[in-house]
Design a protein. Structure first.
Length: 431
């Protein structure tokens, strides 16, 4: 949370939701105090709050969503000054919320008048199809990988681990390979923005390639983490359509490179000299060789493994990511919408900070985030939120997953005038 003090962040600072407590700031009070901090600067702000006796440092921490550790209980207020300094530094490093945008009507108006919209999308826009996200506790992909015995479940997407043993990746790939015949109402919404001449760029963290299926043009889509759309041989670089390796993936097999197989058949059973130290570097995915000559000085050539063109940890993001953002989008964007992602993975999470701070930003997801100040939070199922926005815009969202008579309740939590919760109404069960 506070990048300059990771040890303090990990051990002492806990995000909280403000409660009705005399030692905790109310949401309205917290919003006012954060605004005063930016207007007055940290020195004057502290003079007018803590030094003037209006607030204790401990209570002021709650205005920044922070609860002090229990071991400070009973100590003098000065013991909280260090944490307060960190909280103020973190708050000032954030983009300031634009106070004139708060309501759902404001969001609808922004969608109407904006013509160069940047969308940042994540796994939340695909979960309604049964495609798991990665980080949700209990249901996310990483939670389901504990049985693999990895030090970190993210090793499934580590390029060095893949090269050593692709069976680890392919043991879970069948669970995340996309159903290429379907896409969600949110994907449809993105396509509608393009059809109406409003989409500047969709930066997607997803690897399911469903944006293309929904009709988003490739020239307006940056697949920040690659996708299953294509696959390449890690040995010879041969590239093919991703769907061609889906049968192997779904069968639990490791897809081999057709070009390597063809070359091996053409060349016959030729052995190649094993280089020095090769025994230590032999990949575990070559262990299926049945040769009895493991102790010889020769390796039997094998076909390379096909890897989906997903950007694994240890691989660089596509060059087009930074080029388009800095050379094309930054000077044109007039609205930023973030959908279905908690923005925890860099560098995609930094996009909203790189863009001009005066450009309005809307956040659509199940839970609000605290490390970024969005102007309007629209909370709920992504498909429900975009369907309601389309209804208010008068844009027909024709999709099999959107009921023709869908009704959505929109509520605004007390103290959060720019935060709105969307809930689909359900008919009462028949007696």
């Amino acid at each position: 949370m506070i990048h300059s003090q990771p040890m303090l962040t990990n051990q002492f600072i806990i995000l909280i939701y403000p409660a009705a407590d005399p030692e905790t700031c109310t949401p309205e009070e917290a919003s006012r105090l954060r605004r005063e901090l930016r207007e007055q600067g940290p020195a004057v702000f502290c003079q007018r709050t803590v030094d003037a006796g209006r607030y204790t440092a401990k209570k002021l921490l709650s205005a920044f969503g922070i609860k002090a550790p229990s071991f400070l209980d009973g100590q003098s207020d000065e013991a909280y000054f260090g944490l307060l300094s960190l909280a103020i530094t973190r708050e000032l490093s954030k983009r300031a919320k634009l106070s004139r945008y708060n309501t759902v009507a404001d969001a609808v108006d922004l969608l109407k008048k904006s013509n160069n919209i940047i969308l940042l999308t994540g796994a939340g826009i695909s979960t309604s199809l049964g495609i798991p996200d990665f980080r949700s506790k209990g249901t996310g992909l990483y939670s389901k990988l504990e049985h693999l015995g990895l030090n970190d479940p993210q090793e499934v997407f580590d390029i060095d681990v893949f090269k050593q043993d692709p069976t680890i990746f392919y043991s879970v790939a069948k669970d995340i390979v996309p159903d290429t015949d379907r896409y969600t109402p949110t994907h449809k919404f993105i396509s509608m923005l393009n059809q109406r001449g409003k989409l500047l760029t969709n930066y997607s963290q997803n690897i399911d390639n469903l944006e293309i299926k929904a009709g988003v043009p490739k020239e307006k889509l940056i697949q920040c983490h690659g996708s299953f759309g294509t696959a390449s041989c890690v040995q010879c670089g041969f590239k093919t359509q991703g769907e061609k390796i889906f049968p192997d993936i779904k069968s639990g097999n490791i897809p081999r490179c057709p070009r390597c197989v063809q070359n091996l058949r053409a060349s016959g059973p030729v052995k190649r000299k094993r280089s020095a130290g090769a025994d230590k570097r032999r990949r575990r995915w070559s262990a299926d060789d049945t040769s009895d000559e493991d102790d010889s000085e020769y390796d039997i050539p094998t076909a390379g493994v096909m890897k989906p063109d997903i950007t694994f940890f240890g691989e660089a993001l596509p060059d087009e990511f930074s080029r388009r953002l800095t050379e094309h989008d930054r000077d044109k964007v007039d609205l930023v919408i973030v959908i279905g992602t908690s923005l925890k993975v860099t560098p995609v999470s930094e996009i909203v900070s790189w863009l001009p701070s005066h450009i309005p930003q809307i956040y659509i997801s199940r839970q609000a985030v605290t490390h970024i100040n969005f102007d309007i939070d629209l909370l709920g199922d992504c498909d429900v939120v975009v369907a309601e926005l389309c209804r208010r815009l008068g844009w027909p969202l024709d999709h099999e997953m959107v009921p023709a008579d869908q009704k959505v309740d929109v509520t605004t939590p007390e103290g959060y005038k720019s935060r709105h919760v969307f809930t689909e109404q359900t008919e009462p069960a028949e007696k």
